[in-house]
Design a protein around this ligand. Structure first.
Ligand SMILES: [Zn+2]
Length: 132
């Protein structure tokens, strides 16, 4: 099996060529929207954006599925967004990322509710259980 990242709403695959592709907008400027490419390796914070989206460190980003256009922002925590990861062994987990641009914080929650965390900003979220 191949590693797949999926939209939690329509289940479309979101990754290609080692990138996770998300649609994004930032409310700081009107008509500021485009695509964000995140590295598919957890903990790798290489990010690329399309020219129509300008975000700076600290800006809050709204994330959408590029296929069905549904929001993937977390309802439980307003600064988080999530999507599904299915690894090469078919193991499914939920990936939770920060919506604050430049904040290096990723949680991986498996089907046993075990949480792994990645990134240097992760200490800000002392109790990740609240989003489960
Ligand atoms: Zn979708």
């Amino acid at each position: 099996m191949k590693l797949i990242y999926q939209c939690p709403k329509c289940k479309a695959a979101l990754n290609a060529k080692r990138n996770i592709i998300l649609a994004a907008s930032s409310s700081s400027v009107k008509e500021n929207k485009g695509l964000v490419l995140l590295h598919e390796e957890l903990g790798n914070y290489t990010v690329a954006t399309t020219p129509s989206l300008t975000v700076e460190t600290g800006d809050k980003v709204n994330f959408f599925c590029p296929v069905c256009h549904e929001s993937i922002d977390s309802r439980e925590g307003e600064n988080l967004a999530s999507f599904i990861r299915i690894d090469e062994n078919g193991e499914e987990s939920v990936i939770v990322i920060s919506r604050i641009y430049g904040e290096r914080c990723t949680f991986q929650v498996d089907d046993k509710k075990e949480v792994k965390s990645y990134g240097d900003s992760v200490k800000k979220f002392l109790n990740p259980e609240w989003f489960l």
